[in-house]
Design a protein around this ligand. Sequence first.
Ligand code: SF4
Length: 419
Amino acid sequence: MTAGDAKEAFRKNESGKRLSSIIANDYLTLHQRASEGAFVVWIAIIVPAEIFAGFDNVVYAVPESHAALCAGKGAGTVLCEKAEASGYSADLCSYARIDIGTVLGGGADSPTFGLPKPDLLVSNNNNCSLLVKWFDVHHRTWGVPHFVLDIPFCYENQGADDFAYIMAQFGGLIRTIEGLSGQKFNIDRAREAVRLSSLALQEWRRFLSFASHRPSGITAFDSFVQMAPILTSRGTGQLVEHFRLLADETKEQVENGIFPVPQERYRLLWDNIAPWHQLRKMSARLKHLGANITSASYTYCIGALEGRYEAYGYDGGDPLAWLARLQNFSVCPHGLNLRSKAMKEVIERNAIDGVVFASNRSCKVYSLMQMDQMKRIREELDIPCVMIDVDHADERKYSEEAAFTRLEALLEMIDAGRA
Ligand code: SF4
């Protein structure tokens, strides 16, 4: 092992070890509290989990996040196949197939033994309508109530009517949980969770900011992995502490000249969900080529609003209002203008040389606009772009050689532009 390898190993060990223990502990606690009688809610990633902190004994699980973990641990294919064997189409989102396969198999093959059975399902149609149908499968199978948050699309900034509509639905969700669980909502507890989430997201943005250093202090793969506790520990002091340490460690490494791709010749941006089954392989092969995917639209949108880059901070006011505004953070429901606005800012801030548009077989809503977006970025910023085919969680729909043929072509285009 060279000195450089040793330094990199240190980097992975410190933040990686802490992350592994947070995730393991979060799933363990979830199962334990559910077995002790907590009211269990399954939610879509956009549903504001801080609301549940306003109750004495409500816990939440995120099937999309669990599916990503299964894919990252190599269980994606076997769980997809279980759903397909029961008649679910292989064209459905692989997160849905993994989750349905997990339920059909009683938690076997899942690294967390699945998720505890829910008392309430809360989906959200802001990202995609497939998710509502997917949660309806569980609603029909178990007879568990399904609350759908109807969130307006975000082609422009959120309007006053949209905001009022979302707030009214949050009120409906709170009353529904009160009615089903017999527990009373306490807004001050939700306020504290929101305050902690806002602090954690500020630290998250500080961690991402090291992508502007040359060489970059991070890779997008680090951000894909490290975003996991946003979905399992939202609204907790643990999340603030983890992201603060992560940002501090990254700062220290940059100051000490420790970089994930020390011989960085190409600085790339990734558009779409992470290829969970390829993180290690793809980052290692890119590193060998001197390329670093430093930034990703999937992670730079977290905590910011409507195509902006800066985090949307909490001012100490109505915590539900902050959560309602943040319903417009994710990229999927953004119109082309908002997507382009954020991407252009990141390309400039982080001195990006080329963009990888990962057309995702599962996530049509993320992928549909990519051709137009690619055209716009090429024409307006004059930087090389490629489109590759992936599936975020179903490895059978990804060809490493086909993807790298195009990635290497992208690096050649960047070289040609420099000549
Ligand atoms: S299709 Fe995309 S937005 Fe919908 S559940 Fe799958 S990953 Fe999420």
